[in-house]
Design a protein around this ligand. Structure first.
Ligand SMILES: CSC[C@H]1O[C@H](OP(=O)(O)O)[C@H](O)[C@@H]1O
Length: 381
């Protein structure tokens, strides 16, 4: 079950509420999530005491973003183990909660393998639970370190591609601390540029239908006092045409072996616009998002979400006259069918560079990605 753990919004909240944290109150271990469906109006933490509650939070995007899904999946396995639930059952439900972000299955797999390894050598369930938690904590820490290194590599690339500083960067969806153990992926690069005084403007796509840009990226940009401007997704083309975009920075949910990039729907059109307007299109993602096991973009399963996310405006999470909390405000005739893929796939030839914590891949080729994966494994080992 999940319950509201704390409500902030009256200025009493801590300086930074982490997107995810493990806690061990007297009544037993819990996984605490900053509920991203309530942002930016309310900062409410959800408390998960079992895998079903976490699966629901993942499916509802209370917790979201590829790297954070991996971390949450690993902690979910540890939570099941710590509370004596069936770990294999929990792992299976967690890894299937959302299909596109490869990180989720990777994180679940790491914690499950750690748990299994202890049992295989005759360890106790308690020791196995401790091993699963240690693996989740390690993944959390590694992702934070990866975020810092991606930010450095990404800023160096921006400075190389755009001499003279004053970068005007367009981003899509949300790729900041709310998707990461650290400061994020693409957003972390923009934040690094901001801190160095080299971010002239962050153009923030609102990112229909769930508005991760308007609700979450704007929230993170405001918290960091960045120069940002929100736009509707369909206004991006006019910005390119006006020469107002120096580079596009986006995240990724899965990168296939050939360099095809699955990311929030609306990313592919930006890549086409960037190519047409000769603007660098840069993908920022940790190595855990690279998936050598998926050969190409056509092999990536794109999550199809419920039509009501399109036919209704996401209602604010505070009571409004005539709208139940959490309900949507219909904007289309009742019974309207909707097409609602959560992601789209950008082919490698439209990607200027992929920035990872292990370095930059450009041009994007299967060979270069394979070499980087091998190098990363060597580093990991
Ligand atoms: C860098 S991970 C963030 C990535 O995840 C988002 O998808 P969702 O909000 O559905 O989890 C989007 O694709 C972002 O680029």
């Amino acid at each position: 079950m999940a319950d509201q753990y704390a409500r902030y919004g009256d200025g009493t909240r801590p300086a930074e509420i982490p997107a995810i944290r493990w806690d061990e109150p007297p009544e037993g271990p819990v996984l605490v999530l900053l509920d991203q469906t309530r942002l930016p109006a309310e900062e409410i933490e959800l408390v998960c005491t079992d895998a079903p509650a976490l699966v629901e939070a993942i499916r509802n995007l209370a917790v979201r973003g590829a790297p954070l899904l991996g971390i949450a999946g690993a902690y979910g396995v540890a939570l099941a183990a710590a509370r004596g639930f069936d770990v294999e059952e929990a792992a299976t439900s967690l890894e299937g909660a959302r299909p596109t972000a490869v990180n989720l299955a990777v994180g679940v797999g790491r914690a499950r393998a750690a748990h299994r390894a202890v049992l295989a050598r005759g360890g106790s369930e308690e020791q196995a639970a401790e091993a699963a938690l240690a693996e989740a904590r390690a993944l959390h820490r590694e992702d934070a370190e990866a975020s810092t290194r991606m930010a450095a590599h990404g800023l160096a690339l921006l400075d190389e591609l755009l001499p003279g500083g004053g970068h005007r960067v367009l981003t899509h969806c949300n790729t900041g601390a709310l998707v990461s153990g650290g400061e994020g992926t693409a957003f972390a690069v923009a934040l690094a540029a901001h801190r160095k005084g080299r971010l002239r403007r962050l153009w923030v796509d609102e990112t229909r239908p769930l508005l991760q840009g308007a609700r979450l990226t704007a929230y993170e940009a405001a918290r960091n006092e960045m120069a940002y401007t929100l736009l509707t997704d369909n206004a991006a083309g006019s910005l390119f045409a006006a020469g107002e975009v120096d580079a596009v920075l986006v995240g990724a949910d899965r990168i296939a072996a050939d360099g095809s990039v699955a990311n929030k729907v609306g990313t592919y059109p930006l890549a086409v616009l960037a190519r047409y307007h000769h603007v660098p299109f840069i993908v920022v993602a940790p190595v855990t998002t690279l998936d050598p096991g998926t050969p190409d973009g056509a092999s990536i399963e794109v999550e199809q979400r419920a039509g009501h996310e399109v036919t209704e405006i996401v209602a604010p999470q505070v009571p409004m006259a005539g709208v139940e909390v959490g309900g949507g405000i219909p904007v289309a005739p009742l019974g309207t069918q909707a097409y609602n893929p959560a992601f789209d796939v950008t082919p490698p030839e439209l990607v200027t560079a992929i920035v990872t914590e292990e370095g930059v891949v450009s041009p994007v080729t299967a060979e270069a990605l394979a070499e980087l994966c091998d190098r990363s494994r060597q580093v990991t080992i």
